[in-house]
Write a protein that binds this ligand. Structure first.
Ligand SMILES: Cc1cc2nc3c(=O)[nH]c(=O)nc-3n(C[C@H](O)[C@H](O)[C@H](O)COP(=O)(O)OP(=O)(O)OC[C@H]3O[C@@H](n4cnc5c(N)ncnc54)[C@H](O)[C@@H]3O)c2cc1C
Length: 233
């Protein structure tokens, strides 16, 4: 575990409340495994001091890393991010977490994400494509409204390029003109065949619990289900 003070080099607004942050390592690069997270020390001067966890969106690289963060009105971590200007050097502890790809080239991969739960999968997908993973990969990504979608250009480009990658995007509260998939990720997961798969789940706590339960009910072994909960509920 390292304590680092990387420099914020850019901020991109992806939706009304989701932002992409690029950081550059100021000293030695920090190695991590896709799916892991860094812990931000929230230096907002308030008591008690708090830390917040953020999954790494980028693949491991020597120059820096990216985060994808939903800014919640009044949240300590969120307001700290909102106050950060390019050039800021916030403190992170890195890396943490066991939500990483299990090297098993004999199984398909099913990824289920809601909201910024997509972040660790972006990192994992880059590495899977890079190493030429041959089995099928399905990504089921859910948000409420079309305007809440992000990273779609990259995801669609991967779906067009990699025959073994299937992207299923679903909106739980679609507007009338939405022609894509509708409903919660749980409804789509229910209809999915997950035999011979590893299932990775990331996002809000209740969704993670529900999908995990469904995967077990479909007969998947506990040891083939991996998850990261961003919230307790
Ligand atoms: C391992 C791990 C990895 C994570 N990775 C990411 C990531 O990559 N991107 C990311 O955006 N977040 C991620 N999170 C969530 C993140 O750590 C914070 O919990 C989140 O940013 C809210 O913190 P805050 O200090 O802004 O809000 P807080 O001060 O903790 O909460 C403010 C209010 O918002 C509510 N709230 C908390 N989370 C949410 C939510 N998601 N939606 C709506 N209301 C909420 C709280 O109940 C509270 O009422 C991760 C969490 C964990 C445990």
């Amino acid at each position: 575990m390292n304590t680092i003070k990387p420099k914020l080099v850019s901020v991109e607004k992806l939706t009304s409340d989701v932002f992409h942050y690029e950081f550059a390592f100021e000293a030695e690069p920090v190695d991590f495994t896709p799916g892991q997270f860094f812990i931000l020390k929230v230096e907002d001067g308030k008591e008690p001091p708090v830390n917040r966890s953020y999954s790494i969106e980028s693949a491991p690289r020597s120059d820096g890393f990216a985060l994808c963060v939903k800014l919640i009105e009044g949240g300590r971590g969120s307001e700290y991010f909102r106050s950060m200007e390019v050039g800021a050097t916030p403190e992170f502890m890195a890396p943490f977490g066991h939500f990483v790809l299990k090297e098993d080239d004999d199984k398909d991969i099913v990824m289920v994400a809601t909201g910024t739960g997509l972040a660790p999968f972006m990192s994992m997908l880059r590495v899977l494509f890079e190493r030429g993973f041959k089995r099928n990969i399905k990504l089921l990504f859910g948000v409420r409204h079309e305007e809440d979608l992000f990273y779609m250009d990259q995801l669609n480009a991967w779906a067009a390029k990699h025959e073994n990658f299937e992207l299923i995007v679903t909106l739980s509260r679609p507007e009338a003109e939405w022609a894509g998939e509708k409903g919660r990720v749980t409804e789509h997961f229910d209809a999915m065949s997950i035999e011979s798969s590893q299932v990775y789940i990331c996002g809000g706590g209740q969704m993670v619990k529900d999908i995990r339960e469904m995967a077990l009910n479909k007969g998947l072994e506990k040891s083939s289900i991996y998850f990261e909960q961003f919230t307790s509920i």
